[in-house]
Design a protein around this ligand. Structure first.
Ligand code: NAP
Length: 248
């Protein structure tokens, strides 16, 4: 059964990693896909053609999620190309890990802008469209470190915790208009973001995971699919951990 037939989904930062897998998962359930990244490169074009081969309409847009102006222009362009936006997945994110002692103001600001301000930018820009439709599902990609914190990630953890507060507030503001807003908190997922970790750190983490394996982008994408679809019609303001039980 296809869960998202004729829906339009926007996914930020989807040229690779978790965002790419979310785009493929939603498209394989019939959603038309608009997706963004900072650059139009081979990876972006290859994702676009993969999605089109799944039989849906798919279009890539260059857009910096941390820019308020870019978000406004992006939403206008998507509405003119696709007519509506039913699902927004705020996925774009970066890390600049170091201990607070060494963390620069620049690395704090950058991480907050790309990870947290982007969620404000895109949600704010899409809100009028969803309000008019009186329906929509907004899914924000947080992290378990936004719940539990992590040494060396004060900026990243703060941005991901901020996403959770934002998600719950928006859920309360616009639930009465038929718009749901939830967050996913992935644990240790194998992507380029986590490839920078040493083998030793990866082994330690994996031993602590009750399901005894790191997550895949597909694990996260299926959680997003659930929140995007009507299967989760009575869920809003929730944070779903997708972490193999690492944090309970
Ligand atoms: P990734 O492999 O590094 O991919 C991140 C994507 O976001 C890239 O395509 C990147 O583009 C894009 N991006 C970066 N800055 C952007 C901006 N300003 N505007 C638009 N796009 C931008 O990371 P990932 O592991 O897939 O992570 C995806 C999301 O999951 C992030 O929010 C991350 O914090 C969250 N998460 C990941 C894990 C994990 O273990 N991997 C765990 C918890 C949460 P470029 O290719 O141009 O850099």
């Amino acid at each position: 059964m296809k869960l998202l037939e004729n829906k339009v989904a926007l996914i930020t930062g989807a040229s690779r990693g978790i965002g790419k897998e979310i785009a493929i998962e939603l498209a394989s359930h019939g959603a038309n896909i608009a997706f963004t990244d900072l650059r139009q490169d081979e990876q972006a074009m290859s994702v676009e053609s993969t999605l089109q081969k799944l039989g849906v309409k798919a279009k890539f847009y260059v857009s910096d999620a941390s820019s308020y102006e870019d978000a406004q222009i992006l939403i206008q362009n998507i509405v003119s190309d696709f007519n509506s936006i039913d699902i927004l997945v705020n996925n774009a994110g970066i890390t600049r890990d170091t201990l607070l002692l060494r963390m620069s103001e620049k690395d704090w600001d950058l991480v907050m802008n790309v990870n947290l301000k982007s969620v404000f930018n895109l949600t704010k820009a899409v809100q009028p469209i969803m309000l008019k439709q009186r329906s929509g599902s907004i899914i924000n990609i947080s992290s378990i470190v936004g719940i539990g914190g992590n040494a060396g990630q004060a900026n990243y953890s703060a941005s991901k915790a901020g996403i959770i507060g934002f998600t719950k507030s928006v859920a309360k503001e616009i639930g009465s208009r038929g718009i749901r807003c939830n967050a996913v908190a992935p644990g240790f997922i194998v992507t380029e973001m986590t490839n920078v970790l040493s083998e030793e750190v990866k082994e330690i983490w994996t031993k602590e995971i009750p399901l005894r394996r790191p997550g895949t982008p597909k694990d996260v994408a299926q959680t997003v699919l659930y929140l995007a679809s009507e299967l989760s019609s009575y869920l809003t303001g929730q944070v779903l951990r997708c972490d193999g039980g690492l944090q309970m």
